[in-house]
Design a protein around this ligand. Structure first.
Ligand code: GLC
Length: 799
């Protein structure tokens, strides 16, 4: 079944039914003040951090999945009937004599909830004005009937007791007794105390006078009631409660009289800080709420601020727009997929309906990979983040598994014990640095001096060399890289005695890339060292060929994982794709490895991470994936992040038909007509899909904050469509389905807007026969920077 459609012109996903299989979310705001909002206005808000800046409470894993939220009730004061501006929480029947009609528009940085019920039309827009630490719920109420109406509006949100979401939700013996909230002169104030742990905030309404209020949650709802039927709304008036202990809420009640056809505009605003005083936490200062509201909460200003958000996003999306024969690919790449890469970059794995805030901060490898997909859009922010990551590397070359940006202190962080390092973390740095240098063409970045996390400093190139050295120095008995606490796969622990092929191939990739980067600065000794180390490593890596594919690694007792003779975990996806991407596998082995992946791991919904999934422990390897039933997550699930590497690998082999088949298998938009199968948002990639061995085969989970977003963006734009920045210019080397006649990409490259037009007269998958820049023929597949002007057209003919 279908629940909505892509409106690409408006950059919106429009839901025509609100009763989706799971909650379908959107994000609001910026890294200063953000929010999650679902199609039923469920969700929560946070100040700078999902874990330690909680403002609006979320009861995770609740029923339904997304409550509480930003709720506005409407009450017909003539007969007491009430419903909500979003379908839930009241959940008025969608069919029947007086149906509730809902339409939800998730846009970039805002969501709009439209409802029609009993001749009242509402439109509630939720958003955070640019750069502000407050949010609006702007509600327009229209009488679409023929008689005058009196409608009461009641807001309802639960205010967190503590900035820390864990304190708020779990440490109840304490947090229930600290909360205080009061109402005065139009504002609810969640009070501060002498300590700064409390999420001080204010809430107000403009456009109508406050008739009554509640700040105590339980008095607003009433005993044995839920947000579906609050006693205050049923009664038609709040109780005027002040909160001292237990739980606070923000309910302001206003009343509007509506003549037939008349619209009233009421704006609820929630902000960090205090109504009447400036507020700060040492690093950020916000104005008194009353000042912000006077300036921002007018209909005109709301329209201007929404337009500003739209134009900011248009600016982020414009650097890469595509037009292909696949409209679903276009809707994703041009709008939603790009948007998801920014959300993932902004919030790492810290805040969604699934990432509840426990993984607050920046996972090292996650962030290194998140950078890859935004560097063309926001190069300065990407560089800033990369600088931060480099300062999370220790002087011996490994990396801190997690960086806490708000408290990170380079030079003073503790050095992890060897067994606590992940063997892949620092090995992602060459990819991120190369992405920045290729995008900007500025190799001088490599000479920037940055501190290490624990002690000392080095140039960026020095940091990269140190990352390689760390892995080279920590190799096992077979010359392969030790697995340590984990490699990319969190659930496989090869330890200090076992060896990981994933990290070995990533090291090979790093040696190649760092050699290339060093050659830009003519650091010949580094270039030679990389080449020499790579050659030695390759000799050992070759031994990991199992006959038809590469093994996954070698256990602490010397036994291979991922070998044809095994009963379980016979073949793994990761080593095979990385053997190809790193350039280690020769063409014959590369094709064979990827054919084996196709034969043993591919399915209609994507490629399983391993097969058969594990049910038994293996001596010498920590397989924490055993906690998962077969087919789930790392235990033979379709881990979408790793699927993107298969797209890259097939594209690198020039096999566009297969690269595209793999891409389509987990393309969210493909499931629009069949939402029951995938269940999560058809406009968002998820971390994984349950694999063939699971009774939930085809259901996707953990949407939004996942490396799938970044890598699939790289896979589709740089490998399938093949438009890739290089220091010399823009490479165009597509690997597309043979059925395509061609496609077009508009790409901003070093400040110039360039159009790439690819035609495919012979219906091949890959191979550039001709390339011209504004009519001038060029040898090879790189449009050189010196020929590219603003407005240039690069014509490429495949054949
Ligand atoms: C999750 C983690 C990521 C890890 C992956 C595979 O996506 O965020 O760091 O690489 O799982 O285990």
């Amino acid at each position: 079944m279908r629940y909505g459609y892509f409106d690409d012109d408006a950059c919106e996903y429009v839901l025509t039914r609100p009763d989706t299989p799971r909650s379908w979310s959107n994000y609001l705001g910026s890294r200063l003040y953000g929010g999650i909002v679902t199609q039923n206005a469920g969700g929560f808000s946070f100040f700078r951090s999902g874990g330690t800046g909680r403002l609006l409470r979320m009861r995770f894993n609740g029923v339904p999945q997304d409550e509480p939220g930003r709720f506005v009730y409407l009450r017909d004061d003539a007969d007491g009937a009430f419903w909500s501006a979003s379908w839930q929480p009241v959940g008025t029947p969608l069919e029947g004599p007086e149906p509730y009609v809902a339409r939800v528009r998730h846009g970039l940085g805002y969501s709009v909830f439209e409802s029609d019920h009993r001749d009242i039309h509402t439109e509630m827009t939720t958003f955070v004005p640019q750069g502000q630490a407050f949010e609006h719920w702007s509600v327009e109420v229209t009488n679409t009937g023929t008689t005058p109406r009196t409608i009461s509006l009641f807001s309802y949100a639960e205010l967190a007791n503590e900035w820390s979401h864990q304190q708020d939700l779990l440490n109840l013996q304490y947090s229930q007794y600290v909360v205080r909230a009061s109402y005065s002169d139009g504002f609810i104030h969640r009070l501060n105390s002498t300590r700064d742990v409390f999420s001080e905030c204010w809430f107000t309404v403009t456009g109508a006078d406050v008739v009554s209020f509640d700040t105590d949650r339980d008095l607003f709802l009433g005993p044995y009631r839920t947000p579906r039927d609050p006693v205050a709304v049923e009664r038609g008036t709040c109780s005027g409660s002040e909160t001292v202990g237990d739980n606070a809420c923000a309910s302001l009640h206003v009343r509007v009289e509506l003549a037939p056809g008349e619209t009233r505009h009421v704006v609820y605003t929630l902000g960090v800080g205090s109504p009447d005083a400036e507020w700060g936490d040492g690093t950020v200062t916000v104005r008194p709420g009353r000042d912000s509201v006077a300036e921002f909460a007018t209909p005109e200003r709301i329209a201007t601020e929404l337009a500003a958000i739209r134009s900011e996003w248009a600016g982020h999306l414009a650097p890469l727009q595509v037009s292909t024969p696949d409209p679903q690919l276009d809707s994703m790449v041009n709008v939603w997929h790009a948007y998801q890469t920014h959300m993932t970059f902004n919030w790492s794995r810290g805040v969604s309906l699934i990432e509840t805030g426990g993984r607050d901060g920046l996972g090292y490898r996650d962030t290194a990979q998140d950078i890859l997909s935004v560097v063309h859009s926001i190069p300065e922010a990407a560089r800033e983040r990369l600088d931060l990551l480099l300062t999370g590397q220790t002087a011996e070359g490994g990396a801190l598994p997690l960086i806490k940006p708000l408290t990170h202190t380079p030079g003073k962080e503790p050095t992890p014990a060897l067994e606590d390092y992940r063997s892949d973390d620092a090995l992602w740095l060459p990819l991120s640095v190369a992405a920045l240098v290729d995008e900007t063409g500025d190799a001088t970045y490599l000479d920037t001096v940055l501190p290490y996390a624990d002690a000392g400093e080095d140039t960026v190139l020095g940091h990269l060399v140190q990352a390689l050295r760390f892995s080279l120095e920590h190799r096992g008995a077979h010359g392969l890289v030790q697995g340590l606490d984990a490699d990319w796969n969190d659930c496989i622990q090869f330890g200090t005695e076992g060896e990981s092929m994933f990290s070995t191939f990533l090291l090979a990739n790093g040696l190649r890339q760092v050699g290339e980067l060093a050659s830009l600065l003519e650091r010949t000794e580094v270039v030679a060292w990389c080449a020499e180390q790579l050659a030695l490593l390759l000799e050992d890596a070759e031994k990991a060929w199992d006959g038809d594919w590469y093994i996954r690694g070698i256990s602490a007792v010397g036994a291979p994982l991922g070998t044809a003779t095994a009963d379980e975990g016979r073949i793994y996806l990761e080593p095979n794709v990385w053997a190809v991407i790193s350039g280690v596998a020769n063409p014959g082995r590369a094709r064979q490895a990827m054919d084996s992946v196709h034969e043993h791991l591919a399915s209609e919904h994507g490629i399983a991470l391993c097969d058969p999934p594990h049910t038994k422990p293996i001596e010498g390897i920590g397989l924490s994936l055993l906690v998962f039933p077969p087919g789930h997550k790392e235990n033979g699930g379709i881990f979408c992040h790793a699927n993107s590497w298969a797209v890259v690998a097939e594209a690198m082999l020039g096999r566009g038909d297969r690269a595209y088949e793999y891409y389509r298998a987990y393309l969210p938009a493909r499931y629009e007509d069949d939402a029951e199968t995938r269940q999560v948002e058809p406009y968002v990639y998820s971390q994984f899909t349950h694999g063939p061995a699971s009774p939930r085969f085809g259901q996707s989970r953990n949407p939004w904050l996942t490396g799938t977003a970044s890598w699939t963006y790289v896979a589709v734009t740089q490998h399938l469509l093949g438009v890739r920045p290089t220091v010399a210019g823009l490479r165009v080397d597509p690997s597309i389905p043979s059925a395509w006649d061609g496609f077009e990409v508009r790409r901003r490259f070093r400040g110039r807007d360039v159009t790439v037009r690819v035609t495919n007269p012979d219906h091949v998958c890959s191979g550039v026969a001709r390339l011209t820049v504004d009519g001038t023929p060029v040898e090879g597949d790189v449009a050189p920077e010196c020929l590219l002007q603003d407005g240039s057209v690069v014509d490429v003919v495949l054949g």
